[in-house]
Design a binder for this molecule. Structure first.
Ligand SMILES: Cc1cc2nc3c(=O)[nH]c(=O)nc-3n(C[C@H](O)[C@H](O)[C@H](O)COP(=O)(O)OP(=O)(O)OC[C@H]3O[C@@H](n4cnc5c(N)ncnc54)[C@H](O)[C@@H]3O)c2cc1C
Length: 382
């Protein structure tokens, strides 16, 4: 179906992204998967091409175009090439908005140029070993001591934590017995600060090119100058930025489902069973038709929400609806595609197997499908 959310500028950006991904990502991807991370240099190459700093103001080396559609194009192009750029996506779609929204003038001078060039890599640390979905339940503490906070606690499942120079940590700076959501603060912890440790790199079933690590904070002295926004206001900041984080997952899910379908159509035309192409069976045709229909429905929903996000009007419940639907369409599609590949679909040398393992987490991170349903139900007044 025709899509009309992009302008010629986005399409020019798409050509740049496509060329970069085809030449610099696809050939190296298997090696990065083995290494369990993307090399630092790839961020600097992306930065040099202007692919990281579109939303960063021009005075700091960015393009001054705070338009989420550029981020969406980058993701679509990665999925089209059957790769994922998880850590890049976290940096520009999830973490950069916190800096853009809440950094003060001094912090902008200090951090924005490095964020635009890809010389400063970031991670965001909300989840803890004891709490993920229930963000207000986090136990890490930030106790004010003069011009510093003393940070203690542990975080887990942190994307890009291994290479991160700056980690945006959410910690509790005060407790209000009547309001669990009050008292959370965002602190930017720098690599190398005494007491800050990067722990185990976790072994995952998919998304192998993005590292996922545990982090620990043992009496880390974080200057007040590294606080993003107001003390105690972080829950509101998370609520403000989570719709974009959820859209990011949704946009990637639809694009990945589409890429899986394209790869499957090619495969079933070639592969023969009982002397005839697998594509000739009515079951195959029906499966492909059903998948294509679901993908178009998810695409229309996601495109509509992308425009709402760009206009600053996307509500939390609507972002939750799109994430829920897009990730479930992705899961169904990739599973059905794998089935059509038969035994080869189960072999890691065929990309469909990787898409299958990569896809699973989309219904978990950035808020689980169940949490999306809780948010949607609340908006229905139940
Ligand atoms: C690969 C990967 C990368 C990640 N990257 C990051 C990152 O960079 N930074 C970060 O901070 N976090 C990150 N996360 C963490 C992720 O956001 C959490 O895993 C997710 O929010 C779920 O939290 P949890 O794992 O603690 O599950 P839990 O909260 O323990 O949930 C367990 C189960 O209970 C269900 N459940 C929970 N609450 C409810 C409810 N109210 N009603 C019904 N069911 C409920 C959940 O849906 C789930 O099925 C990452 C996770 C993964 C797997």
């Amino acid at each position: 179906m025709r899509r009309d959310i992009y302008t010629p500028d986005h399409e020019a950006f798409r050509r740049l992204a496509r060329d970069f991904i085809d030449k610099e990502v696809v050939p190296n991807y298997p090696a990065w998967e083995k290494a369990g991370q993307m090399p630092r240099e790839i961020f600097e190459r992306l930065g040099a091409l202007g692919l990281l700093g579109t939303a960063i103001p021009e005075e700091f080396g960015g393009a001054g175009l705070p338009d989420y559609r550029y981020n969406a194009v980058l993701q679509e192009e990665a999925q089209r090439a059957l790769v994922t750029l998880g850590t890049v996506r976290t940096q520009i779609d999830v973490i950069l908005p916190y800096f853009l929204e809440y950094a003060n003038a001094e912090q902008r001078q200090r951090w924005f140029p490095g964020l635009a060039t890809g010389q400063l890599l970031t991670a965001v640390a909300m989840t803890e070993p004891g709490t993920g979905s229930d963000l207000a339940g986090m136990r890490s503490t930030a106790v004010r001591d003069g011009d510093e906070y003393i940070l203690n606690g542990a975080k887990t499942f942190i994307t890009g934590g291994l290479l991160a120079d700056l980690v945006v940590v959410v910690a509790r700076s005060s407790t209000d017995p009547d309001n669990r959501r009050a008292g959370l603060t965002l602190l930017v912890v720098e690599d190398g600060m005494p007491g800050f440790d990067k722990g185990r790199v976790l072994e995952k079933m998919g998304c192998k090119v993005q590292d996922t690590v545990e982090l620990s904070f043992d009496n880390v002295r974080v200057p007040v100058a590294n606080r993003l926004g107001e003390e105690g206001a972080a829950f509101g900041y998370l609520g403000h930025n989570l719709p974009q984080e959820r859209m990011t997952v949704a946009v990637g899910s639809v694009a990945q489902a589409r890429a899986a379908l394209t790869a499957t159509i090619e495969y079933v035309k070639e592969r023969k069973a009982f002397g005839t192409p697998v594509a000739s069976f009515q079951n195959t045709k029906f499966e492909l038709a059903a998948m294509s229909t679901e993908i178009e429905a998810a695409q229309a929903m996601a495109d509509n929400a992308v425009l709402e996000l760009v206009d600053g009007r996307l509500s939390g419940p609507d972002a939750a609806r799109v994430k829920l639907f897009a990730t479930e369409v992705q899961a169904r599609t990739v599973d059905r595609c794998l089935q059509l590949f038969g035994g080869y679909g189960y072999m890691m040398e065929y990309p469909i197997a990787r898409l299958y393992t990569d896809a699973r987490v989309a219904r978990i991170y950035a808020g689980t499908s169940e949490v999306m349903k809780v948010i949607i139900a609340k908006s229905l007044g139940v």
